[in-house]
Design a protein around this ligand. Sequence first.
Ligand code: PMP
Ligand code: GLN
Length: 402
Amino acid sequence: MPVSSTLAPFGTSIFAEMTGLAMRHQAINLSQGFPDFDGPDFLKVAAVAAIRAGHNQYARSFGVPALNAAIARDFTTTGGYTITDPDTHITITSGCTEALPATILGLINPGDEVILIEPFYDSYPACIALARATPRVLTLRPDKSGTFALDPAELEAAFNTRTRAILLNTPHNPTGKVFSQAELSHISSLCIKHNVLCIVDEVYEKLVYSPALPHLHIASFPGMAERTITLSSLGKSFSVTGWKIGWAIAPPHLTAGVRAAHQFLTFATSTPMQHAAAHALASPDGAAYLKSLIAQYAASRDQLAAALTHAGFIPHRTDGTYFIMADASPVISRLAARPGLGHIQDDITLCRWMTEHLKVAAIPPTAFYINKAHGRHFVRFAFCKKPETLAAAAERLNMLCS
Ligand code: PMP
Ligand code: GLN
C-alpha cells in the first residue's frame, strides 16, 4: 500500500489520464487545458535575458521584488484594492497549483469545514483532505437560460459555525461561468456574517469575453479585503502553462499562513521565470498580447460551440476561461442505440470511446464532482487550440451525425 490513505482515494488526475489516452490513440487533445501554440516571443526573450543576466539562484522566498510589485499594480488597476506594500501582501508560488495547498494548509485547521463548489478544479478536494478538513459541497446547476448558478438558499444553508472558508473559482473551470456582481455580493455578505475566509482562484481572470460580465475581484467588495486570499497565475493569460508562476494576494495576517506553508512546500519559485513574468504583467507588450489572445479565444469559443452543436451536443454558454461544458445527453442516447455501443452510458464511457474511435479527446467532468450523478451527462472541451486544430476536431465530431 505505497500511497497514503489520504491521497489514495484521489487516484491519478484526470488531466494526466486523458492526455495519456489521447497520445496513445493519436487523438486531437481537447481534454487538458493547455494551448497547442507557443507563448509570445517577447516573453521568451525576457526569460532568456533573465537567465543571461545571472538571475539563477534561489529567489526571495515570497518572490522577486519586481514581480511582487507588478502583481500589486495589475491587481489594483483591474479593480482590486490598493496594495501599498507588495512585499507583505503577495507571495509568489509555483503556479496556482502550489498557491492552493499553501493557502489551505497554512490557514485551515483539522476539522474545519470548507465550502466546495462542484464542479471543482480537481486539486481542491485533495488539498482539503491534506489539511484534514471537511468539504461541504454545493452544486452549480444550469438555470433555464443554460447559465450555471448556485441555489441561493443552498448557499446560505452551507454556512455554519464550523465553516472556516469558502473556495471559489471565477471565471470558473469547467463551466465557463463568470460570477456576477450580485452573486459575489451574496457570497461576500455570507462570509462577513459568518466570519468566514474566502479563497478565490482567479487563474482565468484575463480570459473573459462578455462586456456585460467582467471579471470582478471579490477581495475588493466591502468588508472582504481582510478575509480574502486571491490566487492566480501567469500560465493561462500568457500561454505559458509550463512556466508555473503563480501567486497569492492577501493581507499580512493571512499572508503569514500562506507563507508558513509555502516555505516548506517549495520555499521559492524559478527565479528567471519570475523576472520574465514581471515583464509580462508590466510591459505594453503584455497588454497588447492579452488583447489579441482574448479576441482569438472568443473566435475559438464560437468555432468550437458551433462544431459541438452540429455534432449533437448542447454547449453551455462560456463567458470566461477556455473551456466549454456541453450537455452530451443527446449524443450518449444516439450512440448507445447503435449496435455494439450500448456500453456508452455516461461521460466516462463517452470520452473514452471518442478518444479511441473518433480520435477527439475531452474531459469527463464527473472527475470534478463529489455527487457524480450531477456530472455524468456533461463533457468538457478545451478551445485553447489553433483554429486548424479545432477545424480538424469539428470534422471528426461530424462523424457523430452519420
Ligand atoms: N485552478 C484552476 C481553476 C485551473 O484551471 C488551473 C489550471 N491548471 C489551476 C488552478 C492551476 O494553475 P497553474 O497552472 O498556475 O498551477
Ligand atoms: N487547468 C488545466 C485544465 O483544467 C490542466 C491542469 C493540469 O493539467 N493539472 O485542463
